[in-house]
Structures are given as C-alpha cells and as structure tokens.
Design a protein around this ligand. Sequence first.
Ligand SMILES: [Zn+2]
Ligand SMILES: [Zn+2]
Ligand SMILES: [Zn+2]
Ligand SMILES: [Zn+2]
Length: 283
Amino acid sequence: MGADWHPEHFRCSVCQQPITDSRFYVHDGQPCHPTCFADNIAPRCVICNKPLTSRYHANYWGDTFCTDHTETLAPCNYCGRLVPHATKKTRRRSIDDIRCNICASTAIEHAPQAQHLLPPLIAWLEQQGVRFRHKNFRLELLDRTDFLSREGGRRDPLGLTTSTRYMRNRRVDHAVVDSIAIVKGLPATLFEGVCVHEIGHVWLVQHNIVNLPIMDEEGFCEWLAHRHYLAVGSKADRFYAQRIAQNSSPIYGDGFRKLKRLEDRVGFDQIIQSLLRKKKLPL
Ligand SMILES: [Zn+2]
Ligand SMILES: [Zn+2]
Ligand SMILES: [Zn+2]
Ligand SMILES: [Zn+2]
C-alpha cells in the first residue's frame, strides 16, 4: 500500500487481526483478508448467494449475480430478472411460463381485482383532457391460449380491444367498443400500462377516430401508457417506460417515437384536440 508497517500493525479492517499473507484486498483505502472481504464486504449473487469478488453482472434492478448464470438461466418475460428455476431450455419449450417471484407477487389473476384498477386509470386520463363518453365497458382477463385464439379485435401483445365496426363505402363509418381483454397474470405495474394503452383504443373508438393509420393508433396508445408510467414514476414504472421508448417495432416503437416528437413540437393538448376535431394527428 506504498508505506512501511510493523507486521503487528498491518491489520485487517474487518477482523482486526494482522495480515501475514502477501495477498490482501483494499476496500475504502483499508486492507483486509481475502476471506474477510468475501464474507463481509463483497456483494452477493442473488441466484446462488456466492460472494462476488471479481467480474460480475448487475441488472437494471440493482441485483448482482455471477456472470455465468446469464448463459444458463432464462430471464423473466416481464422484468428481465434471471429466474432461478428457469433454464434457457425451459424457455425454448414454452415461452410463456417464465415469470420471476417478484412479478408473480403482484400479478393480476382475477377479474374483480382487475376491474377495481380501471376507474383510477380512467380518472387519470380524464384529468389530462382525455374524456370518455361511456365508462362502463367490460374488462376481462384471458389465459394466454384464449387470448391468442380470440378473433375480431385490435390485438396488442398483452391486450385486446374488441369493437364492432360499421362500414360505409369501404371505410369505417363508426364503431362501438364491446370489451377490453388483458392477459392474465401480468405484474401490477405492467397491467396498468397495458390497461392505459387499451383504454386509449377505447377512447379513439368512442370519439369515432377510426381511420388512423395503424402506426398512429398504436403509437398514440403507447404514448399514453408511457405518460402514465412516467407520472407514477416508480422504478418498475420507469423500466416499462424505457421498454416502450426502446421498442424496435416499426408500429409500436416508431409510432410512439412519432407521437413523442409531435408532443415536443405542438404539446399534449394540441394532439388531443386535433384527434377530436379532425380525427387525425396534427401535421
Ligand atoms: Zn480479516
Ligand atoms: Zn451465482
Ligand atoms: Zn419478473
Ligand atoms: Zn394497441
């Protein structure tokens, strides 16, 4: 450490015993035994609990873990944390089963629970000037298999708004919302964002804004969900907001980024007013 010491004075900062070996760690400018460092100071792996004394990984959530787990374990479908009981082989067999315990602990599994979460989200949107003609639409939770087999609606990866569209001269003349359905088992934060997205579709239908290009419609709904995540602002909300902003999809991701640029230019209210009056986005 660039200084001369009496052997009995060169002591470990953890156990206060002399360090006789030439191998030692320096932590906060203080020497310590390698074993004392590993047992008391080094971060632990969240998967196997081993002390991490050399290279290791850290994820968005602040978890630290051994580098080699990323090669064998599959990430949670929702939050991306590695799931101890799911290997990459499990993932190939069934892509939908991988959910970590943290996401499972807040999962929305029952329709009454889901229905209960809806009114505050509608109230939040109305505060922003996104007002509804009817607020009594039905919310269902669907198993993934039922969700994937459901026809006749606007389907997003995790939600589905079903409406009946009435045509005139091959254009949609008007439409009526029948229900929205959301995949069962989403963690609560994601559920709320998906809900806001689907309620965005409902709002468009209720105001007869039914001929938007798909990129504009999905971009608008993603933009509302993103706004909600930022308004709530928890670490999980910011995670899902980031996922919307970084989505590489030419419909969802590019659509969101188009709305965001528009908002920067003309403002939130102007976008809502243009949709209400002209049934399209401002130029
Ligand atoms: Zn020690
Ligand atoms: Zn480990
Ligand atoms: Zn998770
Ligand atoms: Zn959508």
